[in-house]
Write a protein that binds this ligand. Structure first.
Ligand code: APR
Length: 414
């Protein structure tokens, strides 16, 4: 750990915001701060190559696309293709097309894998003259409740550095150091384990016509596009299962059965892992001058695709709050940051929890018992037959659903 000012290789630098982590949250904060004319330095533990290839979420929801648009960044940071607004939910092999587009005016969701967003956010920030330091080791946070916190780290050449700042943006994910810098008891964690595992498989195989979620007596499965000839698949499994137990043949066999598609075209599998479905919220998302953004503050189970979108939401609110504080000396938005983020976090946790239960409970009867299975089937039936239920679902999926908070107001360029 870097713990003594006397060890420093150079005198401390000074900036307005130090951003810890260059994932979707940190890079969005950094780009929006630069657009606002606020100085910042981003410290990332990994190399640029590592961060740029890390594969995860694949959809930027309508609200987040409009957020980037309102900052004039949509063209430069959003790759991928427009999402046409249709999901397929296949139940026992029978297809049901469900809209996840609320029909409102303006740009809509994009199928944009996280690594593409991260690469474009990185390139845009650097082209704009942004300060982004990779391979920053042993990052530690100090004086978070004082007027000028200090962030210390070890540069790739081994030298010890310190940066003083007005704010720290903790964007270093669930396993970062930002949250651990907060004293015990200052944040309350709310955790939930769904008791479900997902085997996730990436393969060079044709994408589905629409993002596809499938309910079957053998368990849940899903098939998502990740590129013109790349697909991501998910298979429900016991949470303590091991990827080695899933040979290629077993994966394709299970997918064909659960998707109800004996003709499913397979291809070489390039990645396979198992993770537990879990949810976590920390309240508040702030300690002194440290603001937690994205996964550092909350984890949402993957159903509904909200994890990355919540990170983008927090980043937008944080950047606008800092802009108000720095340029207008107005700290109102900083004071309400945590409360406003958490409203959306709980809203999206609820959507994700509802979908997770519905799409798993409706399938394998041994998973939750016949009564829960009946309830889950009734929820699906309502979604497929009630226009009102379908509209509410579409609105939730776009992220345009919270009254009084739909879409970001246009930022004032500086
Ligand atoms: N010092 C510096 N950087 C760190 C440290 C540290 N001690 N610990 C972690 N990081 C970096 C990681 O290497 C990573 O690049 O912080 C970044 C955190 O990125 P993500 O985990 O992607 O979190 P976030 O930006 O909040 O993205 C949230 O995107 O990746 C998905 O599942 C994620 O959906 C969620 C969303």
């Amino acid at each position: 750990m870097v713990d003594s000012a006397r060890e420093l290789s150079t005198s401390p630098e000074s900036t307005t915001v130090v951003v810890i982590g260059a994932g979707p949250a940190g890079l969005t904060v950094a780009n929006l701060l630069r657009r606002s004319g606020v100085d910042c330095v981003v410290l990332e533990r990994q190399t640029r190559e590592y961060v740029a290839q890390r594969q995860r979420a694949g959809i930027v929801e309508t609200r987040a696309v409009r957020m980037f648009d309102s900052w004039g960044l949509a063209d430069s940071v959003l790759g991928g293709v427009p999402h046409e607004g249709i999901l397929e939910i296949r139940v026992d092999g029978e297809p049901h097309l469900v809209s996840d587009n609320d029909g409102s005016h303006g740009p809509t969701a994009r199928l944009c894998p996280q690594q593409m967003l991260v690469q474009k956010l990185t390139a845009t920030y650097l082209a704009d003259g942004g300060d982004l330091r990779f391979e920053a080791a042993d990052v530690s946070l100090h004086d978070l409740t004082g007027e000028r916190p200090t962030v210390r780290y070890r540069a790739p050449d081994g030298s010890l550095r310190a940066i003083t700042c007005a704010f720290v943006a903790g964007c270093d994910g669930d396993h970062g150091i930002s949250r651990t810098a907060v004293p015990e008891g200052a944040l309350t964690p709310y955790a939930f384990d769904h008791g479900i595992g997902w085997l996730t498989v990436l393969a060079d195989a044709p994408p589905p016509a629409h993002p596809l979620l499938a309910v079957s007596p053998q368990g849940f499965a899903a098939h998502f596009p990740r590129g013109p000839y790349t697909s991501r698949y998910y298979l429900q499994c016991p949470p303590d299962d091991h990827p080695d137990a899933w040979s290629d043949a077993r994966v394709w066999d299970a997918l064909r059965t659960r998707l109800g598609d004996p003709a499913l075209v397979c291809g070489p599998i390039t990645d396979r892992e198992i993770f537990r479905l879990r949810s976590l919220v920390h309240d508040p998302m702030r300690y002194g001058r440290l603001f937690l953004v994205g996964d550092a503050a909350h984890i949402v189970s993957p159903m509904g695709g909200k994890g990355m979108n919540l990170a983008l939401y927090d980043a937008d609110l944080f950047a606008r709050a800092v802009r108000d504080s720095v340029h207008d000396r107005d700290d109102t938005a900083l004071r309400t940051y945590s409360e406003r983020c958490l409203r959306r976090v709980w809203n999206d946790q609820e959507l994700s929890h509802w979908m997770t239960r519905m799409l798993h409970d409706a399938g394998d009867a041994t998973h939750c018992g016949p009564f829960q299975r009946g309830l889950a089937r009734a929820r699906l039936d309502r979604l497929f037959t009630s226009p009102t239920a379908a509209r509410a679902f579409a609105e939730l999926m776009t992220g345009m659903d919270l009254t009084g908070d739909a879409g970001a107001p246009s930022p004032t360029p500086r």
